[in-house]
Design a protein around this ligand. Sequence first.
Ligand SMILES: NC(=O)c1ccc[n+]([C@@H]2O[C@H](COP(=O)([O-])OP(=O)(O)OC[C@H]3O[C@@H](n4cnc5c(N)ncnc54)[C@H](OP(=O)(O)O)[C@@H]3O)[C@@H](O)[C@H]2O)c1
Length: 298
Amino acid sequence: MSILVTGCTGLTGGLFLNYFSQVFPERELNCLVRPNSDRTTISNVNLKLNYCVGDSSTIETWENIFSNFIPDTIIHLAQLRHIPTIISCLNKLEKIPRLIIIGTTGIYSQYNEYSQDYKIAESQLQTYQGSYCLLRPTMIYGSHRDKNLHKLIKFCDRYGFFPVFGAGDNLVQPVHADDLAQTILTALQRPHIQGAYDLSGGTVVTFRELLTLVGKLLGKPVRQISLPLNAGIWSATLLENIVKERSPVRREQILRLQEDKAYPHDAAQRDLDFFPRTLEEGLRQEVELMRSLGMISS
Ligand SMILES: NC(=O)c1ccc[n+]([C@@H]2O[C@H](COP(=O)([O-])OP(=O)(O)OC[C@H]3O[C@@H](n4cnc5c(N)ncnc54)[C@H](OP(=O)(O)O)[C@@H]3O)[C@@H](O)[C@H]2O)c1
């Protein structure tokens, strides 16, 4: 079976390659990487990696790949928004490889600006003639390479406080990148599995409870500085207007802080043996990793 993976130089992709190599050592695997992707993170994995260089958002890249070979399975971890491009290219060729895709529970956001592209991509996926398995993670955490919690941990460790905009009682349920990577492998090993699955973490907490947990694991209190929601929205809007794309925070991110982001994962548990670790366990591992790398105080 020939497999093509996108996003393998990323956090989840790298972990997936590790799991894959444990089950299928020395297997051949095709990886789509960008010209500037850092391949050193995956160069030691026990697999025969063939690289295709391109950009998964462009039709040229996919036409180029498919002119050389049509994989039996495409594992697309790079970005759900690229799905319409991939599917339109496959439709033209009348080919239907199995697709395993990472989406996002961000599709459930009430803020259209955020979720609209995901809705378009998912609706395109529903028209796909072949088999597909869409995995929708919540916020991914688990290492200094995550986009979210490692920054929060670093900030709390350094300054001993964290701003809380609004009530801070919104629910979050982050999922550990390792649990996600393992489930991608399970989806690959179960070709009969089809459809969409929400992959949330093992624990639901409020944002304030998350900060308390981080303080406990750091071994120092994290003061929660309550700020009015409007202050956050105004500052983010102002920053967006002044420094545009370079703004560290977007207005919509602040608005989304108020949304509950907890989702059941019963279907994934039933069909994909998805039993994610608890948040305390996952965050303890992340804090230990960051300590061992000298990124936070010991
Ligand atoms: N982070 C979250 O909290 C979160 C939540 C829900 C869903 N997701 C989705 O889950 C997936 C994995 O997330 P992650 O945080 O593990 O990813 P990540 O560490 O950000 O890595 C992204 C990977 O995709 C590759 N990539 C991005 N754009 C590409 C393009 N146009 N062409 C080719 N390759 C491209 C990157 O290549 P380079 O090495 O060249 O950058 C990298 O290998 C992503 O699809 C993400 O959107 C993430």
